[in-house]
Design a protein around this ligand. Structure first.
Ligand code: SF4
Ligand code: SF4
Ligand SMILES: [Zn+2]
Length: 276
């Protein structure tokens, strides 16, 4: 397996993985979505809530606020030495909220949450939680914990994680008459005409729609579109909880551990059956 990072911009990343088959590409995608831990509010103690929202809805909205995640300082609750259901400072971080609307309607935003640890704060201050009419108040304590997307979508580290085959485009220069029909029809502007020849630019943007092949007047078409069955383009977009490169590193760690566990179990079973 060979990995190449093609571009990285803020919370987005595009990388290419060569030498794998679709099942492994899908395994990687599923691990990114469901097994890379992030912080999210998991328990809320509502002290006062005179807003229009029921406590449960308020708690659900709080859970869905992406929080900055410090994977090096916190443990997953099930792996923490405290073994406490309520948690300890190594597996739990508290955020408090106390907002009252005075004379005007007041929107409560994620930025009103006060984190005890600044490294476990909302990714954005601008996420609306609830609107308060004059006199209404919300007062609560929220407990954030590490968790995985397979248990609840609020722990998913990404808002986008897709992969697709690496496109391959071949032009038969001997039969191509440079009519330019394929250039005109391509919705992604991948084909260009240069000095009477058709060239391919931004290959990774090709959607494999094959419009260019259908537009070609030659029989058979002078342009061939296919894909490399062993190479995949991945597009990731972090919710901001973790840097995208860290999401990728953690996903490969999980994948590596799964292989090691499988190898150990499998070799153990084979060994036992041989002894029998
Ligand atoms: S397959 Fe579609 S996107 Fe790709 S080059 Fe042809 S027309 Fe453009
Ligand atoms: S449509 Fe066919 S013949 Fe025309 S430029 Fe494209 S590949 Fe060449
Ligand atoms: Zn603990």
């Amino acid at each position: 397996m060979k990995i190449r990072i093609i571009e990285m911009d803020g919370n987005s990343m595009r990388f290419v993985v060569e030498g794998i088959d679709p099942s492994l590409a899908n395994t990687l995608r599923r691990i990114i979505l469901s097994e890379v831990p992030t912080m999210a509010i998991d328990e809320v103690v509502i002290i006062e809530n005179s807003s229009i929202l029921h406590n449960e809805i308020l708690a659900l909205r709080l859970g869905l606020i992406p929080l900055k995640t410090d994977l090096d300082s916190y443990n997953l609750p099930e792996e923490c030495s405290c073994k406490s259901e309520f948690g300890c400072p190594l597996c739990r971080s508290t955020l408090t909220l106390d907002v009252q609307a005075k004379d005007d309607v007041r929107t409560v935003y994620s930025g009103d949450l006060i984190p005890e640890d600044p490294d476990v704060a909302p990714v954005s201050d601008k996420i609306p939680i609830v609107k308060l009419a004059p006199g209404q108040r919300v007062r609560l304590e929220a407990y954030a914990k590490l968790g995985r997307g397979k248990d609840h979508a609020k722990w998913q580290p990404v808002s986008l994680c897709i992969y697709r085959y690496m496109p391959q485009i071949e032009i038969d220069e001997e039969r191509c008459n440079a009519c330019g029909r394929c250039v005109e029809i391509c919705p992604k502007r991948i084909l260009v005409e240069k000095d009477g020849k058709i060239e391919v630019e931004n290959l990774m943007e090709c959607t494999l729609c094959r419009d260019c092949v259908e537009a070609c007047g030659e029989k058979p078409p002078a342009i061939k579109v296919s894909w490399d069955p062993k190479t995949f383009i991945f597009d990731l977009e972090s919710t901001g909880t973790l840097p995208v490169e860290r999401i990728m590193i953690e996903a490969f760690k999980v994948l590596d551990k799964k292989f090691s566990d499988f190898k150990e179990t499998f070799i153990g079973v084979v060994h036992e059956s041989k002894e029998d």
